[in-house]
Design a binder for this molecule. Structure first.
Ligand code: SF4
Ligand code: SF4
Length: 328
């Protein structure tokens, strides 16, 4: 079995945070604050949060907001942004390969066209922000979700964060692909109220070749979490052409049927292309393979739903399409 061991993983204890999203309704029960940690060991081609894949800071550039003032090019120390004169016109150019993520361009931009994605935020600030909505959480049965990227790329940090959130008396969910070392998940059992485990495929070769993960590790961790008595929801992103064939449904059903009554639920998450704009803002539109792929409708998953219902899951209770959407 291989896990995402890397020099980077060991050295970087404090990850960047790409976003802290308040009033989130899709990352667990109730109203939630979701903390998006930047960095993921997997490379899902459909990822709708591409800004959380890299551990490095990145610059988003919203060309429609750009006034062409050139302040960013003047401040850029590496020539990643430069101007090119053609005839009487001056064009702003980007060479992202030269970007070191210093953020000087974003600081210089007065129109909000450039922003830095990924900032270090002190833990006490994160906790303060999360705890500010405690009343909403308690009333709605919500809490905080640690998400990413994949928080398990930074196990020590995630443990510390979870401990501090629990100290505030908050409900804490962890969204992860479970592609990491079991001992890192095991120590979290005391501090995580709900594990949201993404199972993106049941095909080991696809897992390895397409998303760069190890299915054996993922499933083994899933099983261990359930055996340890953790609250677990299996989240299945349904991706056209990747995991929505009858044989995919069969493999998922065969595996998940062993967990009827043992896991909280299976959530089918139909593919959507809302992340496409983010690829554009990050200058990575060419790498997005799902351009022009239609967002999936829940009814397309009916055959799969029927198989899971037959296996013992209960629609609306232990089986959802779209996840929890903020309900208890
Ligand atoms: S982040 Fe720094 S290096 Fe990158 S484009 Fe902006 S100013 Fe240039
Ligand atoms: S500073 Fe902002 S508005 Fe001015 S050229 Fe750069 S991106 Fe455009």
């Amino acid at each position: 079995m291989s896990t995402p061991e890397s020099k980077i993983e060991k050295e970087i204890r404090e990850p960047l945070i790409s976003n802290i999203q308040r009033y989130s309704l899709q990352d667990g029960p109730g109203f939630r604050t979701t903390i998006f940690i930047k960095g993921c060991p997997l490379r899902c081609p459909w990822c709708h949060n591409p800004d959380t894949q890299s551990i490095e800071p990145e610059i988003s550039y919203y060309s429609q907001k750009c006034t062409g003032c050139g302040r960013c090019a003047e401040r850029c120390p590496t020539g990643a942004i430069y101007t090119e004169v053609k005839g009487k016109e001056t064009f702003l150019r980007n060479d992202r390969s030269k970007c070191i993520g210093c953020g000087k361009c974003a600081d210089a931009c007065l129109s909000g066209a450039r922003d830095i994605v990924g900032r270090k935020i002190p833990l006490n600030e994160i906790i303060r922000e999360a705890a500010a909505d405690a009343m909403f959480f308690f009333k709605s049965g919500g809490g905080v979700t640690i998400s990413g990227g994949d928080p398990m790329l930074f196990p020590d940090y995630t443990l510390e964060l979870a401990k501090l959130l629990k100290k505030e008396g908050l409900h804490v969910a962890l969204e992860t692909s479970a592609f990491g070392q079991w001992q890192h998940l095991e120590v979290l059992l005391r501090y995580i109220d709900l594990f949201l485990i993404d199972i993106k495929t049941m095909d080991g070769a696809k897992c390895k070749n397409v998303i760069k993960g190890d299915l054996e590790v993922i499933l083994s961790n899933f099983i261990k979490l359930v055996e340890a008595g953790a609250s677990v929801r299996a989240r299945l992103p349904m991706i056209p052409g990747f995991n929505n064939s009858p044989s995919d449904y069969e493999a998922y059903t065969q595996f998940l049927s062993k967990f009827v009554g043992k896991i909280d639920a299976v959530d089918l998450l139909p593919f959507h292309s809302y992340g496409e704009k983010k690829y554009e803002l990050l200058g990575r539109q060419e790498s997005y393979q799902f351009q022009n792929v239609h967002s999936m409708e829940g009814k397309e998953l009916k055959p799969f739903l029927m198989m899971l219902i037959e296996a013992g899951f209960v629609a609306g209770q232990s089986l959802t399409v779209g996840g929890l959407i903020g309900v208890k």
